[in-house]
Design a protein around this ligand. Structure first.
Ligand SMILES: [Zn+2]
Ligand SMILES: [Zn+2]
Ligand SMILES: [Zn+2]
Length: 266
């Protein structure tokens, strides 16, 4: 908008210049008495070189609608999306080119701004991701430390259990050893006792044997004594019998006689 108004004002200024210069140009010519109107100047002379169109082709610029000679209206452009080309004066072409360049620059700036925005967003996203990752790494680190601590504790617990078990095992082994020793002792005493029992049984048998022998001897003696008594009653005196006996039998006889005497005394 500003550009088009600028263009218009410059065109107007040119027109003013044309008016003053044309009055100079025409002074001293055949038409000096007749002042050319402003309208004639605008429509009958090139707005760039001020030359008339008697020997030159007159071209109207389709943008500013001013007239120019073929030397100063050389450009062609498509206007307002039209398909065919329109003639454009060199001034307008320059302005259009400037406008295009400005638009391109604006577009470029917009694009760069957009790209910058994207880059900034990407940076922010990356930063957030980085922060998240750092946080995750910290969490993992903490988790690992926690697990390490737990494992260490479990290891310590197991070590304690192992030590307790070792002590228990040692105690059990000692108890087993003690029991085994006691059992051995019991076995030994059983053996001794059975040996002693055997010996005692043997002694008892011996004693019984001796006793039975003694009984037999006693019966034998009794029989002898009775025999002797009978024979005594038949013939021999006690003194005679005594002389016939051995020392051992004599003793037994004496004891028996003493007993009999005691029985009689009662
Ligand atoms: Zn006119
Ligand atoms: Zn010209
Ligand atoms: Zn123009």
């Amino acid at each position: 908008m500003k550009k088009s108004s600028l263009l218009k004002s410059s065109t107007l200024r040119d027109t003013d210049d044309t008016q003053s210069s044309s009055s100079k140009l025409y002074s001293g010519s055949t038409y000096s008495n007749t002042a050319a109107s402003a309208d004639d100047v605008i429509h009958n002379r090139c707005q760039t070189c001020r030359k008339n169109f008697i020997l030159r082709r007159k071209i109207t610029c389709q943008l500013c609608l001013a007239v120019f000679c073929s030397d100063h209206c050389t450009r062609k452009r498509t206007l307002n999306g039209a398909k065919e080309l329109s003639s454009i004066c060199d001034n307008c072409d320059l302005e259009e080119t400037k406008k295009q360049i400005t638009e391109e620059i604006d577009e470029e700036i917009l694009k760069v701004t957009e790209e910058l925005k994207e880059v900034r967003e990407t940076n922010e996203r990356l930063f957030r991701e980085h922060v998240n990752k750092v946080s995750m790494v910290n969490d993992l680190d903490m988790e690992i430390k926690k697990q390490e601590w737990n494992m260490k504790k479990q290891e310590q617990d197991l070590q304690a259990i192992l030590e307790t078990e070792q002590i228990r095992g040692l105690k059990l082994r000692n108890a087993a050893d003690n029991l085994r020793n006691t059992l051995d002792e019991l076995n030994i005493s059983e053996k001794t006792m059975s040996e002693q029992t055997n010996a005692a049984e043997f002694d008892l048998e011996n004693t019984k044997l001796i006793l039975s022998e003694v009984i037999t001897q006693k019966e034998d003696l009794q029989a002898q004594i009775e025999k002797i008594d009978i024979s005594l009653n038949e013939s021999l005196s006690v003194e005679q019998v005594r002389k016939m006996l051995c020392k051992k039998c004599l003793e037994i006889v004496n004891v028996n006689i003493a007993k009999k005497k005691d029985e009689c005394n009662y």
